[in-house]
Design a binder for this molecule. Structure first.
Ligand SMILES: [Zn+2]
Length: 228
């Protein structure tokens, strides 16, 4: 899933927000350590209500040949519903089914006012971002319409807390079925095209770290390591 790298903006621009993010992260880690130490951890069953993290084999499964048999029905409806819930809970702009542990060719994406709120006008323009409502693609097929490579920072909810510059094609066309079993096609450029390429990559077992500019790879919260 493509994640807005808003944390880094907040980290560098506002001290209060920086402290809040650091505190939240530390408490979350502390709670997880305590829980794992004193309670017997049990594995959840997919679809998860969280995003799998890099290292989980499900993120490396090639799904290009395992298409969904149906684009309508209770299973798909429930899967899409869970995906939307997880994507919104985690502040993402896109999500692929393998990220919640499901080996199906389903991706979702949206870029709303809420997401754009943390962006400056310059950033919005530089990335050629456009607002768009929730889009669902089942068995998506992606065609590159303009292969010019645009390199910009990217994050992923399956590689939480890290970012890097990633080259992506400028313009693509995606087609597939939505959750109502209707065939849909969408031509997207700029930031929307980036989101789609990132999500479709998940269905091929690829992550942004496979194609990133490695020297730009960074921890969103790197300043916390320099605190007293
Ligand atoms: Zn991702």
């Amino acid at each position: 899933m493509l994640k807005l790298s808003k944390s880094i903006v907040l980290v560098t621009s506002r001290g209060f927000a920086r402290r809040k993010i650091i505190e939240e992260t530390i408490y979350r880690e502390l709670w997880r350590n305590l829980r794992n130490r004193y309670w017997k951890a049990e594995f959840k069953i997919p679809p998860y209500d969280h995003t799998c993290q890099v290292g989980d084999p499900v993120l490396r499964v090639m799904l290009a040949v395992s298409r969904c048999r149906a684009s309508k029905g209770k299973d798909i409806q429930n899967l899409v519903k869970t995906m939307v819930k997880v994507m919104r809970k985690t502040g993402g702009v896109g999500l692929a089914a393998p990220q919640i542990g499901v080996g199906k060719q389903v991706i979702i994406a949206e870029f709303t006012k809420k997401h754009a709120k943390v962006w400056t006008e310059e950033k919005f323009a530089a990335r050629e971002a456009l607002l768009f409502p929730l889009k669902v693609f089942i068995n998506p097929e992606l065609k590159v319409l303009d292969s010019r490579q645009i390199t910009l920072p990217e994050g992923c909810l399956s590689i939480k807390g890290f970012y890097a510059n990633v080259p992506r094609a400028y313009k693509v066309e995606i087609s597939g079925y939505n959750e109502h079993a209707e065939h849909v096609t969408w031509t997207a450029h700029g930031y929307s095209a980036r989101i789609l390429q990132h999500e479709v990559d998940h269905l091929r077992g690829n992550l942004f770290i496979d194609i990133m500019d490695t020297k730009t790879f960074g921890d969103e919260l790197w300043p916390r390591w320099n605190l007293r």
